[in-house]
Write a protein that binds this ligand. Structure first.
Ligand SMILES: [Fe+2]
Ligand SMILES: [Fe+2]
Length: 341
């Protein structure tokens, strides 16, 4: 892996992965700056070159995990970058996806109910993302900035609460991508669908890196300041940190050909039992309720859920619900809670 350094030029960075352009824009560079190198750009704009290189290298080299030996950066610099990213999502990406979805709907001739169901899922995702951003902008970032400037901070709040509650907003994007792959057949305008899909995939990559910067760079930098001020850990119950394993890759399982000798069901296909679990999950039953209904243990339900996720590539409950409706496993009227979709 050849990491970029202070002598690397903008054109070398763009040539490695042109999807990096929006990230470069957040640092005030991009197209037209090709011959200049990192050192010159950072010196002119007052950007810390180590932070610039960290962001660039993390994005381009998916196996680069520098968090362990990364120095702590000033939270205001990290937050400035994160805020620019939020603005980019709100002002550019989401309106672009909205527009593409509207176009897909307007030319849709068949199975429009499937597409409008996926649209509903997308709208729900968008609301969740905007709430997520608002919480960071109004609660987390102001706390970190106040702490950095030595001001009094809201009593009791610590960055460990953000660390524990920080949700995986990219999970539903991956589900949306899988729903599109499974359901947007030749009956739809393929060019529009492809365009939407590419935009979504780029967005997912950006959001995944954004969350990683928050978790692995912002949180440790703020914690270092808390320690300097001798802040005690937040009192009360903070749930365990959100699971971020496998953040980058959500793959469907490799399906081996042939059939299961016992059940006669195709390997890799959804089994009858899994279909039953999907039906119950999609209509709003909890793990415990499903275990009681099917006379199996919670552990067995969880194992089935994991297998379903591996086979479908869909993890969120609303994603499973959309899948179940489109596949005819449930009827929309069966859903017990409006929150599901
Ligand atoms: Fe964020
Ligand atoms: Fe976030």
């Amino acid at each position: 892996m050849k990491l970029f350094n202070k002598n690397s030029t903008v054109s070398e960075i763009i040539a490695a992965d042109y999807n990096i352009l929006p990230l470069l824009n957040r640092f005030g560079t991009g197209l037209g700056d090709g011959v200049r190198n990192v050192e010159a750009i950072c010196a002119e704009s007052g950007i810390n070159p180590d932070f610039f290189l960290l962001v660039i290298n993390i994005f381009i080299h998916k196996d680069y995990h520098p968090e362990i030996d990364t120095p702590h950066f000033a939270p205001d610099m990290i937050i400035d970058y994160l805020r620019k990213t939020h603005n980019y999502y709100i002002e550019y990406i989401l309106p672009e996806l909205d527009l593409l979805f509207r176009k897909m709907m307007s030319v849709c001739k068949e199975n429009c109910s499937d597409l409008s169901l996926i649209n509903k899922f997308y709208i729900q995702y968008k609301k969740e993302l905007l709430d997520h951003i608002e919480d960071e902008e109004k609660r987390v970032f102001p706390y970190a900035l106040q702490l950095t400037s030595g001001q009094q901070t809201p009593s009791g709040y610590r960055i460990s609460r953000f660390e524990a509650e920080h949700s995986n907003v990219e999970e539903k994007l991956s589900d949306l991508r899988m729903l599109l792959i499974k359901n947007l057949g030749p009956g739809y305008d393929q060019n529009l669908c492809n365009e939407f899909f590419f935009s979504l995939a780029r967005f997912e990559e950006d959001v995944t890196d954004h969350a990683r910067l928050e978790d692995k760079i912002l949180v440790p930098s703020v914690k270092a300041i808390e320690r300097r001020y001798g802040s005690k850990p937040e009192e009360g119950n903070i749930s365990s940190p959100a699971r971020r394993a496998g953040r980058r890759n959500i793959r469907t399982s490799e399906t081996s050909p042939g059939k299961n000798r016992k059940t006669g069901e195709k390997r890799g296909a959804i089994t009858r039992r899994e279909r039953e679990i999907i039906r119950l999950v999609a209509t709003g039953y909890s793990t415990k309720e499903i275990a009681d209904i099917l006379f199996i243990s919670n552990h067995t339900v969880i194992t089935h859920r994991k297998n379903i996720t591996a086979k479908l590539g869909i993890r969120s409950i609303p994603g499973i619900t959309v899948y179940a409706i489109i596949e005819g496993i449930i009827n929309p009227d069966d859903i017990r809670s409006e929150d599901l979709i």
